[in-house]
Design a binder for this molecule. Structure first.
Ligand code: ADP
Ligand code: MG
Length: 249
């Protein structure tokens, strides 16, 4: 079953085309890692999936909902975008927690406000999710009282609270001190093993090798090459992929 399908996605900023026709489909329980140099369009691609950026062209489907870019007349367009967002958990490089809310309040917010879940039920759900990401003892801490790795794990719990069909991660460990990277990758790996569908932009080669089902190498707004970690790391076909990997390792 395909959870995310992108067809011919194009996106320009002020005449500068940064996505040049991307096709991608992600199956249920698949872990897709996107790698590529800075500026290659990785973040823009993730943002297009949830319409944080509107593509200029192409079709986006998440679950049963699909949108054709540019078609202002798409019936119920607004509600389709909000359905897509509900079904998509987004984890950013900067954790983007509400600073004036505790960990548990951050996690309860989505279920209460967006899903209209009853407060007590939302609290139970948030407790179990914080437990799951290893923060059962930190539920009443404010973001400023947590390390970067802990804040990012709260952000993951918050994304999970909406029970998304797919989790999108945009360089989730790039802002962290090196000693905090592992605890976040470990949580992501556990979720992957439980069957969560995920698309992960990361430079963490170890994670990509170990956890990815498929690696996509992007450069200049196109998918240059894709394959299993084995193929991409051990026998990349394209010159650009080889160059990128030799610089990163
Ligand atoms: P990556 O995540 O691979 O580093 P991005 O998707 O962030 O790449 O950016 C791809 C290109 O698009 C870059 O040249 C960047 O400057 C440009 N870009 C991204 N977002 C915007 C924006 N909101 N306005 C103008 N240019 C943008
Ligand atoms: Mg980026």
């Amino acid at each position: 079953m395909t959870v995310v399908q992108l067809e011919n996605i194009k996106k320009s900023f002020a005449g500068n085309e940064v996505l040049k026709g991307i096709d991608l489909s992600v199956n249920k329980s698949e872990v897709v890692v996107i790698m590529g140099p800075s500026g290659s369009g990785k973040s823009t691609l993730l943002r297009c999936i949830t319409y944080l950026e509107e593509p200029n062209e192409g079709i986006i489907r998440v679950g049963q909902r699909s949108l054709i870019a540019g078609e202002k007349l798409n019936k119920g367009r607004k509600s389709i975008i909000s359905e897509i967002r509900k079904n998509t958990g987004f984890v950013f490089q900067q954790f983007n927690l509400f600073p004036h809310k505790t960990a548990i309040e951050n996690v309860m917010e989505g279920p209460i406000v967006i899903k209209k879940m009853q407060r007590e039920k939302a609290r139970k759900l948030a407790e179990s999710l914080l437990e799951k990401v290893g923060l059962g003892e930190r539920t009443h801490h404010y973001p400023s009282q947590l390390s970067g790795g802990q804040q990012q794990r709260v952000a993951i719990a918050r994304a999970l609270s909406m029970e998304p069909m797919v989790m999108l991660y945009d360089e989730p460990t790039s802002a962290l001190d090196p000693e905090l990277v592992r605890e976040v990758l470990l949580v992501m790996k556990e979720l992957a093993q439980e069957g969560m569908t995920m698309v992960v932009v990361t430079h963490e080669m170890g994670f990509a090798r170990e956890v990815a089902d498929r690696i996509i190498f992007m450069d200049g707004g196109v998918i240059v090459e894709e394959g299993t970690p084995e193929q991409i790391f051990n026998s990349p076909r394209e010159e650009r992929t080889k160059r990128f990997l030799s610089k990163s390792e």
